[in-house]
Design a protein around this ligand. Structure first.
Ligand SMILES: [Zn+2]
Length: 346
């Protein structure tokens, strides 16, 4: 029988301090050349081990081989000039110096497939692999070629589809697209955002997920959250369309967020990765706190479709805190799993 309430993390996990500066986004590598290649693989092995020790059911690479969840993918593409940088506002929120699109974008070889094969060799557990979503990619660039957000997103969707098909062939069980931009640009999500996402998953036989969140626990994001009021209804804008899409799983944040949990009713029928771990605080949740969030979600998500998860990636957190949180996630999920089994709901 398939395990009830399988746990996973939303994406990135902290890197060892010998590989990159801890608790920093876009942290520069501390190694070079072949030492860096070996170091990334060693970090991936450690991250997998930490997930397994914490009892995580669906494991990932913890994004140990990437500097950033969007930029590292873009770095491998043609048509983007990383020397020629412009300052843009990311998700209408904070200024960042980003590369410029100077010509047609294309992928000459796979970006993460070797890393995925390496992870596949290390474990027989289900693997989830995260890729940036098309809309979030275009939001992290200055476009001096297509001059159309929609056109550029469509090109990225085609490239992501090539990568996703190779990841599937490498044995990845769930491919996840990170689309925090879906919580910001509602009109574009409706006009072409979901269509681009569907293009990115076209023809895939493995499971597919979209992760929509309120961002890492960095200051620009926590300041923005303060402006959103007491009820965060952003998900309400995109859920009806996602419910009709071909995406299998929706990953969202529920722990300590002001998202009205009943919005989950709008995506009834989909599998839901319920964020039950807050990544914007160093306080480690108790298993009971995790269980409480999961029980709330169970009012709107069928038990066989609920996947306990973290709100977002944990790269910016201290390593011991992130491990403590993964542990709390497993323990909290176990509490609710046992309740469900005892009640014979499963
Ligand atoms: Zn996130």
């Amino acid at each position: 029988m398939k395990k009830l309430l399988p746990t996973s993390s939303a994406g990135s996990l902290p890197k060892p301090s010998w590989l990159a500066e801890p608790e920093t986004l876009w942290s520069p590598w501390k190694l070079q050349g072949s030492e860096l290649v070996d170091g990334k693989h060693d970090a991936l092995r450690i991250s997998l081990h930490e997930q397994q020790t914490a009892g995580v059911d669906i494991v990932s690479d913890g994004e140990q081989t990437r500097q950033h969840f969007v930029t590292t993918f873009i770095e491998h593409l043609n048509g983007v000039d990383f020397e020629n940088r412009k300052t843009v506002k990311i998700r209408d929120r904070y200024d960042a110096s980003v590369p410029t699109v100077v010509g047609p974008v294309s992928r000459t070889k796979s970006v993460f497939v070797e890393d995925a094969k390496f992870l596949r060799q290390q474990t027989s557990q289900p693997i989830k692999w995260a890729l940036p979503g098309p809309m979030t990619m275009i939001d992290t660039l200055y476009d001096d070629h297509y001059k159309s957000r929609e056109k550029l997103a469509w090109e990225f969707a085609k490239i992501l589809n090539q990568e996703a098909k190779e990841l599937e062939a490498a044995g990845v069980d769930i491919i996840q697209f990170d689309e925090p931009a879906f919580n910001v640009f509602f009109d574009e999500v409706n006009d072409w955002g979901i269509a681009c996402l569907e293009r990115a998953i076209e023809g895939l036989k493995c499971e597919t997920a979209v992760h929509i969140c309120y961002g890492y626990g960095i200051k620009a994001n926590t300041d923005w959250k303060k402006t959103l009021g007491t009820e965060w209804r952003q998900y309400e804008e995109v859920f009806p369309k996602l419910q009709k899409s071909n995406i299998d799983i929706i990953s969202l944040e529920c722990q300590n967020s002001h998202v009205p949990i009943e919005l989950l009713e709008l995506v009834r029928g989909k599998k839901i990765m319920v964020g039950a771990i807050d990544v914007a605080t160093n306080t480690i949740e108790t298993p009971e706190e995790v269980a409480k969030t999961l029980r709330e979600a169970l009012k709107y998500v069928d038990a066989d479709k609920l996947y306990p998860c973290t709100n977002c990636g944990m790269a910016p957190l201290p390593r011991d805190i992130a491990n403590g949180k993964l542990n709390a996630l497993s323990k909290g999920a176990e509490l609710v799993r046992n309740e469900l089994l005892a009640a014979n709901v499963a």
